[in-house]
Design a binder for this molecule. Structure first.
Ligand SMILES: C[S@@+](CC[C@H](N)C(=O)[O-])C[C@H]1O[C@@H](n2cnc3c(N)ncnc32)[C@H](O)[C@@H]1O
Length: 335
């Protein structure tokens, strides 16, 4: 029997070798080509080779199918890219940076990668607030334009928000400059030694930077953001989902001036240029009452504009327990 099997196996292996030789060369996957081109971009960050490398990369990127593009975006060397785009002079970086931003916003990486990159970028000297928003997935500009379209006339604005201060002009500008910068948020909460289980309330939470930061950096801390502009709340909730943050982080549409609304109890109350003077006094008054039963509660706040009676010295029965003079924040506690 073996005398037949051995020659049979020999013939079979020769046939297989023949077939292999006939195989067309394996096509180089488009993703690899695209990636190699991108590496050329990162190797030539300035000057003419950079432009042609970017152009070649863009062409190869656009040749990918939507599914391939999405897969590719997830494996990009984001840290390298972010560092590079931060270092480019603006005239060089704009188109490339815009593309990186767009892909992040629409097809960006999964929740864990986003969180990891956010932590990394927060510590890095190179990142600015726009990059950090982009890493989280916040599209401040788009939402601001959406809000702007609803307040084109003073009457429309009045009908929607009364006299409340929403930090937004009818052309869509404003809000991106009116949020706390991430470096200040980081500094504040690092020094305040917040621990899991404690609760933070943001009075006028905007796009939710404080809550998203806490969800990533301090898991287990509970956060509620109240905000009058519903589009900002929707955006914060969309990004919360993108980052897979749990129920302990919540963003709610709420007019803090409403007579039927009272602040829930929390360990920290956060306020960055939040509200008009009248609403501020209502809230300060509520905090005075809450602190009668919970003496440990702290108010962290910064007023960018002169708010008359809201100035710190008139806030009874609180006193200053910490001052962040370099970033303009003050922490108050009941006397
Ligand atoms: C200067 S922003 C600060 C946003 C956020 N806390 C931060 O630090 O990034 C103040 C926010 O308070 C909101 N606001 C103003 N009046 C309000 C009110 N009556 N009720 C709820 N939110 C209000 C504004 O719409 C705005 O988004």
């Amino acid at each position: 029997m073996t005398k037949y099997i051995l020659p049979f196996l020999l013939i079979l292996s020769m046939f297989a070798a023949h077939l292999r030789a006939q195989d067309p060369p394996a096509p180089i996957p488009k993703l690899v080509v695209c990636h190699e081109l991108l590496q050329a971009v990162t190797r030539a960050p300035n000057g003419p080779p950079y432009f042609s490398a970017v152009r070649a990369w863009l062409v190869s990127f656009q040749a990918l199918t939507a599914t391939e593009q999405r897969a590719y975006v997830n494996m990009l060397p984001w840290k390298e890219l972010i560092e590079l785009t931060q270092n480019y002079p603006s005239y060089v970086k704009s188109s490339f940076y815009q593309l990186v931003k767009d892909r992040f916003l629409y097809w960006g990486p999964d929740a864990n990668t986003r969180k990891e990159l956010f932590r990394w970028a927060l510590e890095s000297k190179n990142s600015n607030d726009t990059t950090l928003d982009v890493l989280l997935g916040l599209n401040v500009r788009l939402v601001s334009l959406k809000v702007a379209s609803t307040i084109r006339t003073p009457e429309a604005r009045q009908a929607r928000f009364g006299n409340e201060e929403i930090w937004q002009s009818p052309d869509g500008a404003g809000m991106s400059d009116s949020m706390t910068d991430y470096a200040s948020i980081h500094k504040l909460f690092s020094r305040l030694r917040i621990v899991p289980g404690q609760r933070v309330i943001d009075m006028g939470s905007g796009f939710g930077r404080v809550g998203l930061y806490l969800g990533i950096m301090y898991p287990g801390v509970r956060f509620t953001g109240f905000e009058i502009v519903s589009e900002r709340v929707e955006e914060a909730n969309r990004v919360k989902k993108l980052l897979e943050l749990g129920d302990e982080i919540e963003f709610k549409t709420q007019d803090l001036s409403a007579q039927d609304f009272t602040l829930p109890l929390a360990d920290f109350y956060y306020a960055f240029c939040p509200v008009n003077e009248q609403t501020g006094l209502k809230l300060w008054n509520e905090l005075g009452k809450l602190s009668a039963s919970f003496r440990d509660l702290k108010l962290i706040y910064k007023l960018a504009l002169d708010k008359g009676q809201l100035e710190r010295k008139s806030i009874e029965p609180f006193e200053v327990v910490d001052e962040f003079s370099d970033i303009g924040f003050t922490v108050l506690k009941r006397k």
